[in-house]
Design a binder for this molecule. Structure first.
Ligand SMILES: [Fe+2]
Length: 192
């Protein structure tokens, strides 16, 4: 599947509001990929597919996750749209393992997440339609230095989730990833 087909695939499944978000993610993923020399077509492909199942029926996604044998840590309700899409894209749509990983882990990240996954995570949280305190500074940081932008964005999202009136549990993989990023465990991509 190429990015044009992926876009059509998403357009068939998503409301206009969500499609606008996805288009913003594709544009930002393209820009970040270009800045660090990553494959822009693959980043756009991952972006178009990342939320394509977000408006699907939860029980149907849970059933597909069981059928595909997804790990327990990927079967939390808020993760199913991502983990099922990643598995489906790898098995049925012919995307690369790196693109499938990016889609699967885009809500939470994970230690050792590849660069396409890092770019999708950032683009999802920082696309132009996102508006929250500090987002512009995070966007600018991600444009200047992917690793610094990633560390700051994961920390900001984590803090935001724990400060909510209805605090959300932080996924253990996110905590492990943030620790890794703070140790400088992922490569830095400084732009000249
Ligand atoms: Fe998204």
């Amino acid at each position: 599947m190429d990015q044009t087909a992926a876009r059509q695939w998403a357009e068939l499944r998503l409301s206009p509001h969500r499609l606008a978000h996805v288009a913003g993610v594709a544009a930002m993923a393209d820009e970040l990929a270009w800045r660090v020399g990553e494959d822009t077509a693959n980043c756009r492909l991952a972006a178009w597919l990342h939320d394509a199942l977000k408006e699907e029926d939860g029980p149907a996604l849970a059933a597909e996750a069981s059928r595909r044998g997804l790990a327990d840590e990927l079967r939390l309700p808020f993760l199913l749209h991502a983990s099922v899409m990643g598995a489906r894209a790898l098995a049925d749509l012919g995307v690369s393992a790196a693109v499938a990983e990016a889609i699967t882990y885009h809500p939470i990240g994970r230690p050792g997440l590849g660069q396409i996954g890092q770019i999708l995570y950032l683009a999802d949280k920082l696309e132009p339609g996102r508006q929250y305190d500090g987002v512009e500074a995070l966007r600018e940081l991600a444009r200047q230095d992917l690793a610094s932008g990633l560390r700051a964005t994961v920390q900001a999202i984590r803090d935001f989730q724990s400060r909510r009136l209805d605090p959300q549990p932080i996924h253990p993989l996110t905590e492990q990833w943030l620790s890794e990023l703070k140790r400088g465990g992922q490569r830095s991509h400084k732009m000249s």
